[in-house]
Design a protein around this ligand. Structure first.
Ligand code: A3P
Length: 323
């Protein structure tokens, strides 16, 4: 297996200099691979997952573009799947950041190449996550019976959330990243795992073709009505709530355990750090900013708003994706 990983890494090294390049949001540039914009290390993860990830029919895979609500949905899915395993008073989410409970396949596969790359000791069946667009998903994910939950978010809020997030991660010696620059790159599709519209449409089309395999939910819907949408999630992943859980306090406790207010106030999420790779670490607090819909109103100019709405309208026309 080590040898196979090396072969993929060699292919990655050879292909990198040949790819179109654009300015990145943090320190590194982004490269375009098969229509998708990725950081160089992101591309390595995508290629390793493509060549070596083995999906199991029982897997539950959360797919999101960055800042669509990954952390929140990791927590929600983990809570739904494990609601009979842990009392709410001593739940793992009270002391563990969701990214330590549910791993990104493209990160894990790069970090532990020689052993089974995807272990998940906390839950069975495996609960995994990815930012990889549908078009670049490993074949074994597409062909196995595993289920995919995709989360979309209003592109206007996704832009603002990404801009704020990457600004916080920029080295101190670099100047801040102006919103105008982020806006331009974002509209051109040059964002991590972007274009964002393609990311959403890829999973949307897959869900139209195979509704039993792919469920599309939005950040906004979960925010507006968490109880209804937690039930939808639970049904879809094959862990439906029984009548007692629905009418009793289980549903309510799941909502409040995963709420922005609760999660952002936990010590682990205020002071802990996510060490995704040797080079890339993120303070847990960076995953909790405002947790609201419509923060774009505080940042976008009327011209930016008009342009973004126009792109979304054109790109999403003919689909049920409306923002
Ligand atoms: P904002 O920057 O708009 O506040 P991701 O987890 O994909 O990185 O997305 C981060 C976004 O989700 C941030 O959005 C963050 O505040 C929000 N978020 C994190 N936890 C949340 C929760 N429990 N409920 C609602 N939103 C949450």
């Amino acid at each position: 297996q080590d040898f196979d990983h090396k072969r993929t890494c060699t292919e990655w090294e050879a292909i990198l200099p040949t790819l179109p390049k654009q300015r990145g949001w943090m320190t590194n540039h982004l490269v375009q691979y098969q229509g998708v914009w990725l950081s160089p290390s992101g591309l390595k993860g995508v290629m390793l997952a493509r060549d070596h990830f083995k999906s199991l029919p029982t897997d539950i895979l959360l797919s999101t573009s960055p800042k669509a609500g990954t952390t929140w949905f990791k927590a929600l899915l983990f809570t739904i799947m494990n609601r009979r395993n842990y009392p709410f008073s001593s739940h793992p989410l009270l002391t563990t950041n969701p990214h330590d409970l549910v791993h990104f396949i493209e990160v894990m596969i790069d970090q532990t190449p020689s052993s089974n790359p995807i272990k998940n000791s906390f839950s069975s069946p495996r609960l995994l996550s990815t930012h990889i667009p549908y078009s670049l998903l490993p074949n074994s994910v597409k062909t196995s019976c595993c289920r995919i939950v995709n989360v979309c978010r209003d592109p206007k809020d996704a832009l603002i959330s990404q801009w704020q997030y990457f600004n916080k991660l920029r080295p101190k010696e670099m100047p801040p990243f102006p919103l105008e620059d982020a806006f331009e790159l974002f509209c051109d599709g040059v964002s991590h795992f972007g274009p964002l519209w393609d990311h959403a449409l890829g999973y949307y089309r897959a869900s139209q073709e195979s509704p039993e395999k792919v469920l599309v939910l939005t950040y906004e819907a979960m925010k507006m009505d968490p109880t209804v949408n937690i039930k939808r999630l639970a049904d879809f992943i094959g862990h439906p709530l029984d009548p007692e859980e629905e009418s009793g306090e289980v549903l309510e406790r799941m909502v409040s355990l995963c709420s922005f207010e609760n999660m952002s106030s936990l010590e682990v999420n205020k002071s802990g750090v996510q060490q995704f790779t040797a080079q890339f670490k993120v303070p847990n607090s960076n995953f909790f900013r405002k947790g609201q819909t419509g923060d774009w109103r505080n940042h976008l100019t009327p011209t930016m708003l008009e342009s973004l709405n126009k792109i979304s309208k054109e790109r999403f026309s003919g689909s049920d994706l409306e923002f």
